[in-house]
Design a protein around this ligand. Structure first.
Ligand code: FES
Ligand SMILES: [Fe+2]
Length: 340
């Protein structure tokens, strides 16, 4: 069982708005769920299509962005946002293919990221990023990074409470306190939620640390709200985009309501320390794809969040295999609480 089909029904970011702008005059080549896509801002409207011209299969990402369309570099065929061929320079006035001939995808811009949904047959939403619209918070975008692991392994690591003591000894946890709390994991409004209290320690000023409220608005996105003892409030938001099998690209933001005049770079640098600690363990999980069959990896009771996460993934994967409507039903389903 894999969650690939379920992930096709959710929105994922494929690039930043700035990356799209830098790519001009060419469309940007990106990969999502194993598909090569060409993405372009064609004049206030973003277009996402398969990165292959239907004529002789040249990549459209080496073509050109034009108002309302993408033009192929090879013979100049031009395609509209809807994927219709609207011009064939070699046959002016001649017949054009009837209807869309280039596969296009749902695309939106949110949080300065370009989001694509491979299959729009379920009514899924771009995952919430509460800090983005919170005027009391200063939001800083991190540099996206690509890791040789699946999006779901990446995300599971993000919500793994037992690794803080080992991987982040001295930064987020303590090896001399290796027993994490076992939170109640709930599902509310289609989200997976839990709370976490870190061990007593003196975190660095730039650390995102304190009573932590985790929300997963969809299986690849984690939003953590931290309440520090000082009273300050911070957020860490990430989404791991499933680029291809065993490869993901993570987009992330940090936000704070304190030290508003402080240097943003030090907050990003602290997160980079954490990422450098995580990378060797997460990028050495074999297989890279998360196994969803219960019993395929050993678990103990302190793996509660991971166990509930995988249970959620299994339900979504199973539902998606039965159709978009069934996935919709699971997403709209009533609240579920894990046993405590
Ligand atoms: S291959 Fe694209 S126009 Fe011919
Ligand atoms: Fe970690």
């Amino acid at each position: 069982m894999t969650a690939h089909r379920a992930l096709e029904l959710f929105w994922h970011p494929v690039c930043t708005r700035a990356e799209l702008e830098r790519s001009s005059p060419h469309p940007l080549a990106v990969t999502l769920l194993g598909r090569d896509l060409a993405v372009a801002d064609v004049g206030g409207v973003v277009m996402a299509a398969i990165d292959r011209c239907p004529h002789r299969s040249t990549r459209l990402s080496v073509g050109f962005v034009e108002p309302g369309s993408i033009r192929c570099a090879y013979h100049g065929w031009r395609y509209s946002v809807a994927g219709e061929c609207v011009e064939i320079p070699a046959t002016p006035g001649g017949p054009l293919p009837v209807g869309p001939c280039l596969q296009t995808f749902d695309v939106e811009v949110a949080y300065d990221l370009v989001w694509v949904r491979i299959d729009g047959s379920a009514d899924t939403a771009i995952p919430a990023n509460p800090a983005w619209d919170d005027a009391s918070l200063h939001v800083v975008a991190g540099e996206p990074y690509t890791w040789p692991t699946s999006a779901l392994r990446r995300v599971e690591n993000f919500v793994d409470l037992a690794h803080f003591a080992w991987v982040h000894d001295g930064t987020l946890g303590r090896r001399d306190e290796p027993v994490p709390p076992i939170p109640a994991v709930t599902r509310v409004d289609g989200e997976l939620r839990f709370h976490y209290d870190p061990p007593a320690m003196e975190p660095e000023q730039e650390a995102l640390f304190g009573h932590s409220r985790y929300r997963m608005p969809m299986p690849c996105t984690v939003d953590i709200e931290f309440h520090a003892e000082s009273g300050s409030r911070r957020h860490l938001w990430m989404t791991a985009s499933p680029a291809a099998e065993g490869v993901c690209r993570t987009f992330w933001f940090v936000a704070r309501d304190d030290d508003l005049e402080g240097d943003d770079a030090q907050y990003l640098a602290f997160q980079q320390v954490i990422l450098d600690q995580d990378e060797p363990v997460v990028c050495n999980q074999d297989p890279r794809e998360i196994p969803l069959d219960p019993g395929s990896e050993l678990s103990v009771r302190t793996d509660r969040v991971s166990i509930e996460y995988r249970r959620w993934l299994r339900e979504l994967a199973d539902a998606a295999d039965h159709g978009a409507e069934e996935l919709q039903r699971v997403l709209n389903g009533s609240a579920v609480s894990s046993p405590v």
